[in-house]
Design a protein around this ligand. Sequence first.
Ligand code: GRF
Length: 211
Amino acid sequence: MDSEPSRRLGVLISGRGSNLQALIAAIADGRLRATIDVVISNVDTAAGVERARAAGIHTLVMPHRGWPSRDAYDAALAAELRARQVSLVCLAGFMRRLGPVMIEAFPKAILNIHPSLLPSFPGVDAQRQALEHGVKVSGATVHFVTEALDAGPIVLQRAVPVLEDDTPESLAARILVEEHAIYPDAVAQVLDGGWRIDGRRFAFGDAHGRV
Ligand code: GRF
C-alpha cells in the first residue's frame, strides 16, 4: 500500500459505513491512490467499525458524549487525526457537526458526502425532503466541510431520477449507488491537487482556467 504523506486519509463514521467500504474498495482496486490511516466512529455500535477492522485499518471509537464542549471533542478528534498524519479527512455518514476547532485544524481538507443535490435538502433525511418537495431529480454531492451545514464548495455531484413510486428507502438506495461511485473519485481529485477554490467554486487551474 502507498503511504505518501500527502495521501493519508482519516475517515469519520457513525453508522453502516458503506461509503467507507467504497473508499476501501477503490483503494484496493487502484482507482484511488491513498491509504486510510485511521477510521474514527463516534458511535460504538457502528457497523462501519467492523468493516474498518476487517480491512485491517486502525480504528478508534470516540463517543462524543461526556466531553465538556464541542470544541473539546473536536480538539481530541484533530489530535487523533494528526497523530496518524492524516492529510484529508473524509466524513462518511458522520452524524455530528464539526465546529471551528476541527475546521481550522484541517483547512480545505475535510470532505463530506451528502445524499442530495446541494444546496437542495441539506441536513438529515435528505431523501425524504426531496420526495416531499416533489423534485423529479435528486442525487449525491461531495463537498468541502465548512461551519455552515452542508454548504461548502462542491467537488462532485451526480444526479438520479426520482420515480413516481419511490419511497425514501428506494430513493436512498438509488442515490447510494452514485455516492459510492463519486466519493472515491472526488477524494482522488482533491488529493491530486491542481485545484483552487474560487469564491464558492472548486475549479482547476489558475484564475484564467489554465492548467
Ligand atoms: C449516506 O447516505 C451519506 O450520504 C450520508 O449518510 C449516509 C451514510 O451511509 N451522509 P454509510 O454509513 O456510508 O453507509
